[in-house]
Design a protein around this ligand. Structure first.
Ligand SMILES: CC(C)(COP(=O)(O)OP(=O)(O)OC[C@H]1O[C@@H](n2cnc3c(N)ncnc32)[C@H](O)[C@@H]1OP(=O)(O)O)[C@@H](O)C(=O)NCCC(=O)NCCS
Length: 125
């Protein structure tokens, strides 16, 4: 995501960004209102990213539990998000955390090639 788009995302009061701190920033998540193509959702996870040195160590699962608990308390479930179909590891992560694939949409085109995104919905867990 370009810097300008990020600036817009962070300044929009409808969005919410969390920074993961371990003494220094280790990653972030960004929540936005759900897009029109997933009307059954009450929250949308636009971004989740950990620095490479923090990946695959369980931190993402910890963040996930914290996020779902927070959304449940706020009555902001179901949560939706999209994952690029070819990102096998992300799919395993989301499906392992209870995500149900509910749709397949055209995400973007890169070098003339279409990339599809799976729409996931999470209601509890
Ligand atoms: C996806 C992500 C938040 C998961 O957090 P994590 O701390 O790495 O995950 P955990 O250690 O709790 O769980 C491990 C599982 O997450 C998945 N995972 C791990 N690294 C990943 C990566 N770089 N990208 C996608 N999924 C990953 C795998 O299923 C992994 O199992 P494995 O280690 O046996 O392969 C984190 O890896 C990340 O920021 N990845 C890069 C950005 C990304 O792909 N975001 C999702 C875009 S839709």
């Amino acid at each position: 995501m370009g810097v300008e788009r990020w600036r817009g995302v962070l300044l929009d009061p409808e969005n919410e960004a969390w920074v993961v701190e371990t003494g220094e920033p280790a990653g972030f998540i960004c929540l936005t209102p759900p897009p029109d193509y997933v009307p059954q959702a009450r929250s949308f996870l636009d971004q989740i990213y950990l620095l490479p040195s923090w990946q695959s160590g369980g931190m993402g699962s910890g963040i996930w539990r914290h996020l779902m608990e927070d959304l449940r308390r706020r009555r902001a479930l179901p949560l939706a998000l999209t994952a690029v179909e070819v990102n096998d590891r992300a799919r395993i992560f989301y499906e392992g955390h209870g995500g149900h694939a509910i749709d397949l949409i055209l995400g973007f085109t890169w070098q003339g090639r279409p990339f599809y995104e799976i729409v996931y919905l999470f209601d509890s867990t």
